[in-house]
Write a protein that binds this ligand. Structure first.
Ligand code: NAD
Length: 319
């Protein structure tokens, strides 16, 4: 198979390139290197099955060319990270709406199957746990720009499902819940790499808010095979599917766990949201995925503990 991966030089994208190459597939990666890096795929450069194109999903030409070349499209390119979204509100909305529309429109033109990466953020401030794909979404006001990411991802989902429903385009929408691992950068607001980096350097581990908000973390090494399996799964066509880890942990608890796992003397410092992100900011209190659908579709079962994941991220950072 020939796979077109948008955002292929990003954190998840670079691991997914490796996954497909290890399955004997050929990969075409398109990335504008805005939050990704060519270093993430430098080790693949000499692989004859790997092809990289620097460019944007906002430019229809490379999307048209690579969609036409390939058998399937995995759409990961997006403006991501709370900090990045808040600092680049206009570009983020344009990338996450118009970019996805370009990808879907082009896939429909060639009738190529597409996997759309969505996010657990679409659930908003829902406190139900675990969260099932059909649960209601509870989002804050449009004056709080943090909600733009969740709204754009939800719009992407609506567009994908509409292409499936009206034109029969084979799509699968995957809602990812805090995927972590090597090559993820803390620079754009991702919590776990930031905590690990702070703990390794002996700097204060900075918890935003009171730390009572909870998350589940999943290892990218377990997520990328699941993405490839979902792309290939006929029963997943036209479906929205949660994908993530199963251990719920508070962010204050995560800070403690990072410290104890890495034997770090760093102190834990609580930073109010307005200092961390400025102005009005609302966080999501709880995010735990119901994984029964993905289990049924592809037999996915997360294996790594949060401690395992912290160790792997720290090992990669030390290297
Ligand atoms: N990592 C997570 O925990 C997580 C959680 C939920 C959803 N997701 C989704 O998974 C996908 C991958 O995220 P990631 O964590 O690997 O982040 P990432 O920032 O490493 O990857 C996104 C990639 O897209 C590229 N990109 C951005 N705008 C582009 C454009 N206009 N044209 C081409 N490339 C562009 C970036 O340079 C980057 O390489 C995203 O769609 C994100 O919304 C990730």
């Amino acid at each position: 198979m020939r796979i077109f991966i948008t955002g292929g030089a990003g954190f998840i994208g670079s691991h997914l390139c490796e996954e497909y190459l290890s399955r004997g597939d050929e990969v075409w990666a398109l990335d504008d290197l805005s939050t990704g890096s060519i270093d993430n795929v430098a080790h693949l450069r000499d692989n004859p099955g790997f092809h990289f194109r620097e460019g944007s999903i906002l430019d229809p030409a490379p999307v048209l060319d690579l969609t036409g070349t390939c058998d399937a499209v995995v759409h990961l390119a997006a403006a991501v990270g709370v900090k990045y979204i808040l600092e680049n509100p206009f570009l983020s909305i344009r990338t996450n709406v118009r970019g996805t529309e370009t990808v879907l429109e082009t896939a429909a033109r060639f009738s190529k199957p597409v996997l759309i990466a969505s996010s657990s953020e679409v659930y908003g401030i829902q406190t139900k746990a675990p969260l099932s794909e059909d649960d209601h979404r509870v989002l804050g006001p449009t004056s709080v720009s943090r909600w733009s990411y969740a709204s754009c991802k939800a719009l992407d989902e609506f567009m994908a499902l509409a292409y499936h429903g009206t034109m029969g385009l084979p799509v699968v929408v995957v809602r990812l819940f805090n995927v972590v691992g090597p090559r993820q950068t803390g620079a754009y607001g991702m919590v776990l790499p930031r905590f690990v980096q702070q703990a390794l350097k002996g700097d204060p581990v900075t918890v935003y808010g009171d730390g009572s908000q909870t998350r589940t973390f999943s290892d990218v090494r377990e997520i990328v095979p699941a993405l490839a399996d979902l792309m290939a799964c006929d029963a997943a066509r036209g479906e929205v599917v949660n994908l993530g880890g199963r251990e719920e942990i508070s962010i204050a608890g995560l800070a403690e766990l990072v410290k104890s796992t890495l034997d770090s003397d760093s102190e834990i410092v609580f930073v109010p949201y307005d200092q961390a992100y400025g102005g009005s900011f609302e966080d999501m209190p709880r995010r735990v995925p119901d994984l029964s659908k993905v289990r049924k579709l592809i037999g996915f079962e997360p294996q790594s503990t949060t401690e395992d994941i912290i160790r792997r991220v720290a090992d990669a950072m030390r290297r």
